[in-house]
Write a protein that binds this ligand. Structure first.
Ligand SMILES: [Zn+2]
Length: 172
């Protein structure tokens, strides 16, 4: 697989916020989407799918809890267009194990979906971002908080617990 991860280049960023997302580990596009994007009708790995859409997070966390660093934290990524968030935020995406289209993903993320070490990897990353850029807890948002059209990261993401664990990690 040809993985597109432009670590550098683009527009510089001084992040004041963090946006939490999720994405299917594999994405099954509709035929209409494939025609629109001019791509083959097949399942796409999340990284490949992001490339097709021309969007990016700073980091992605695989179902096994590994981090895929996609953009430098001092460079802008394209993950949250609403309210100008691309210009001020870091984006973290948790992969949801399995193959999904938009509808099945929406359903899946209503229930807990994080696997194994995913949440701990996420806590480490968000803690280090908060420390590095002095980002207050109130500036960590769910994608659905800033863009009502977006379902992610869903009720299945333990957001309040996650924020508390991040704070605990910073304090320890
Ligand atoms: Zn999102």
């Amino acid at each position: 697989m040809n993985i597109y991860r432009p670590l550098t280049g683009g527009i510089s960023l001084n992040p004041t916020h963090i946006v939490v997302h999720c994405i299917g580990e594999f994405v099954k596009p509709s035929e209409a989407q494939c025609i629109e994007l001019g791509i083959h009708f097949k399942d796409y790995h999340a990284l490949e799918w992001l490339e097709k859409l021309g969007v990016s997070y700073h980091t992605l966390i695989t179902p096994s809890g590994d981090e895929i660093n996609c953009r430098k934290t001092n460079m802008k990524a394209w993950h949250a267009k609403a309210q100008g968030f691309n210009h001020k935020s870091l984006g973290i995406g948790f992969m949801v194990a399995g193959v999904y289209n938009l509808e099945t993903l929406k359903k899946r993320i209503k229930n807990p979906y994080l696997e194994g070490k995913q949440e701990y990897t996420g806590i480490d990353i968000v803690s280090s971002w908060r420390k590095q850029f002095n980002i207050p807890e109130k500036n960590i948002v769910k994608h659905s908080d800033i863009d009502l059209k977006k379902p992610d990261p869903g009720d299945g993401f333990p957001f309040d617990w996650f924020l508390k664990e991040v704070q605990r990690n910073i304090d320890s």
